[in-house]
Design a protein around this ligand. Structure first.
Ligand code: NAP
Ligand code: ZN
Length: 359
């Protein structure tokens, strides 16, 4: 259950973009935020990235969307107020908020810094909260109030702030499995789907020292994927190109947002290789052929975002290595058109909302 906020009646009104139903477009809304409690950080949002999960959720493609729904979990901005007990952040700091705004803080997952796997993890939007309207409202908004534990430090130069926003979901969702499966020098790694997540997967796997093979359905991304850092690019509709990589990959990060044939990629893994799914399509993939797993002791796995300490580790790594997302900035009122373009794979590689356009 969410921890009650002691001062939930004190509210701040902020403008936001959200939807009242899964079949309605997003529109300008007035929403409320709580006054910061003792452990809260209030953030003036500068930019918010647009994740494909936002589309799945706001269009009620996944179960359980609560309306009004204000998506957005790739949030960056500046601290505008802090509660009396906050020590890690001060007014004026550049900070980020990703997919998590609360968790139980005492279970095994939370103790391990893997709040993303806490049974009481509260998502940045659509999660249970004592605040109005009873579920969390995300970052397509002017401001947000978040418990200090879930607020990340940003060390990139301020000029890069908009391009840092997608690291808060696309970055950590690809970083966490790359680190968990210990991707590094000497590994041949596949990244499937060159969208928001996939383009970060290529950059991060490359920076970790792996040999990176990008798999795309889009011929038009062949050159672009190389520019992102892929050593090789395969157009997955081409059987000969796929066959050339049979039994050769140590690890595959699969970011595709739609159901597709997993066997086509499983057979590219070498003995003991793993394919981790991070794409979360609304309907299931066709079940993989078990013999494709048995024959070379291959594994099929999944991974969900990442914990707060590893998110900070990823942000610091990216600041040190000069890594940001490739973005296309949009006004808040362009969000519905941006969704349509994402569904066609027509974005290189992440839309980011300029929150100043909400004013
Ligand atoms: P995105 O920017 O829309 O990219 C998805 C990519 O998948 C497309 O660019 C496309 O790349 C590829 N694709 C291949 N076949 C496709 C098809 N039939 N329809 C659409 N795309 C196809 O999405 P994203 O923001 O990266 O998110 C990807 C998925 O990850 C979504 O399902 C999202 O909900 C999920 N997600 C999961 C987590 C987690 O914690 N596990 C976190 C964030 C997001 P090519 O053109 O290169 O083929
Ligand atoms: Zn996301």
């Amino acid at each position: 259950m969410p921890r009650p906020t002691s001062n939930r009646n004190l509210i701040v009104i902020t403008k936001a973009y959200g939807a009242h139903a899964g079949d309605r477009p997003l529109e300008l809304l007035n929403i409320t935020r709580r006054e910061p409690g003792p452990h809260d950080v209030q953030i003036d949002i500068a930019y918010c990235g647009v994740c494909h999960s936002d589309i799945h959720q706001v269009r009620a493609e996944w179960a359980g969307t609560l309306f009004p729904c204000v998506p957005g979990h790739e949030i960056v901005g500046r601290v505008s107020a802090v509660g009396s007990h906050v020590s890690a952040h001060v007014v004026g700091d550049l900070v980020g908020v990703g997919c998590i705004v609360d968790s139980c803080q005492h279970c095994e997952a939370c103790d391990d810094g893997l709040e993303n796997y806490c049974d009481q993890m509260v998502g940045t939007y659509n999660g249970p909260t004592a605040d109005e309207p009873g579920h969390t409202l995300g970052g397509y908004a002017q401001s947000i109030v978040v418990h200090e534990r879930y607020v990340l430090r940003i060390q990139h130069p301020e000029a890069q702030l908009a391009a840092v926003a997608p690291l808060l979901c696309a970055g950590i969702t690809t970083w966490s499995p790359l680190r968990h499966w210990k991707v590094g020098p000497g590994h041949k790694v596949g990244v499937v789907g060159i969208g928001g997540l996939g383009h970060m997967g290529i950059k991060l796997a490359r920076a970790l020292g792996a040999h990176v093979v990008a798999f795309t359905t889009s011929e038009s991304k062949r050159d672009a994927a190389r520019e992102l850092g892929a050593h090789e690019v395969v157009v997955s509709r081409n059987a000969d190109e796929m066959a050339a990589h049979a039994d050769s990959l140590d690890f595959i990060l699969n970011t595709v947002a739609m159901p597709h044939d997993l066997d086509a990629f499983l057979v590219l893994l070498r003995r003991d290789g793993t394919m981790a799914l991070v794409g979360a399509p609304a309907s299931p993939h066709p079940s993989p052929q078990v013999f494709n797993l048995l024959m070379k002791r291959r594994s099929l796995a999944g991974s969900m975002i990442g914990g707060i300490p590893e998110t900070q580790e990823m942000l610091d790594f990216c600041a040190e290595h000069g890594i940001v997302a490739d973005i296309e900035m949009i006004r808040a009122d362009e969000i519905n058109a941006a969704y349509e373009r994402m569904l066609k794979g027509d974005v290189k590689y992440r839309f980011v909302i300029d929150s100043a356009t909400l004013a």
